[in-house]
Ligand binder design. Structure first.
Ligand SMILES: [Zn+2]
Length: 276
């Protein structure tokens, strides 16, 4: 076991802690020492190095971590699991709980994390909306029966590749068909369950997601985000808010304006850029 307060040495990414009672979640928190198992620390360094070499925002200053060695069963008990709350650059912040508004950046980072950690639990996995959990307790590969892996796959099919599919963590004919289509478009061999194909898919998807994250956000995407937020409201609040939103969207002047907008999301040319 080793004690660390940064990833990648002295000029590296500082590790902070931001959870109540002292420091609210989502803030930059304060520097904190963490105990970590040596082999797992090496994997963390390699993974973060790859994530931030590819990320258009570059190396961040601070990562807030909710725990590495934690007194509980499983890989946290061995110092071989990491809970990542948020990432802070000079002018940007990714707070994991903010997934809906930063889908492309979030999924770009997760695609690279998945190349190194067999277990990654994300925003839609129960109890993980406010942090990524990752560990190496299983091998890196794709299993159809894995809920967390299927959630990731469906999230990128929908939010990166624009396929209209249901994101429920259960693989079925719809998910398989969309996967096959995207693999063909990217020039990646099927099936996804072969490790080398899966790794190639993760790598290309990470690059595409990062490029999309740099594009200007269109009002139509912002409206879509708002609709997602409303869909996720507790039932007792949902009805009134969604009625108000619908009357706004259906109003003659609003709909004229919305119909005149281009969704200038240039996915096809970004895909071509990345795969050639
Ligand atoms: Zn965890």
């Amino acid at each position: 076991m080793k004690t660390i307060n940064a990833i990648n040495g002295i000029n590296g990414i500082a590790l902070h802690y931001a959870r109540l009672p002292q420091h609210p979640y989502g803030t930059i928190g304060r520097p904190q020492d963490f105990k970590v198992e040596e082999g797992f620390f090496e994997i963390l360094k390699t993974a973060f190095d790859e994530v931030f070499t590819n990320c258009p925002l570059g190396k961040p200053n601070v990562i807030t971590c909710a725990g590495i060695l934690v007194n509980k069963p499983g890989h946290h008990g061995l110092g071989k699991a990491f809970d990542l709350d948020a990432i802070f650059w000079d002018d940007h912040t990714l707070i994991t709980n903010n997934f809906i508004h930063q889908k492309e950046l979030y999924l770009g980072i997760e695609s690279y994390l998945r190349k190194h950690f067999g277990i990654v639990l994300n925003y839609l996995y129960p109890n993980h909306a406010d942090h990524w959990h990752f560990d190496t307790s299983v091998n890196v590969d794709y299993n159809e029966s894995s809920k967390s892996e299927t959630l990731y796959l469906q999230m990128v099919l929908k939010y990166i590749y624009g396929k209209s599919i249901i994101v429920d963590g259960i693989s079925g004919p719809q998910t398989r068909a969309a996967t096959r289509e995207v693999f063909d478009r990217l020039g990646v061999s099927s099936p996804i369950t072969t490790k080398v194909n899966y790794l190639k898919f993760l790598d290309i998807t990470g690059k595409i997601a990062f490029k999309l994250s740099e594009e200007k956000v269109s009002p139509l995407q912002l409206l879509e985000n708002l609709e997602t937020v409303v869909e996720n409201l507790p039932t007792e609040n949902k009805h009134g808010v969604s009625q108000a939103l619908n009357s706004f969207v259906m109003h003659h002047d609003t709909s004229t304006w919305l119909n005149g907008l281009d969704d200038d999301h240039d996915l096809e040319s970004i895909i071509n850029d990345v795969i050639t």
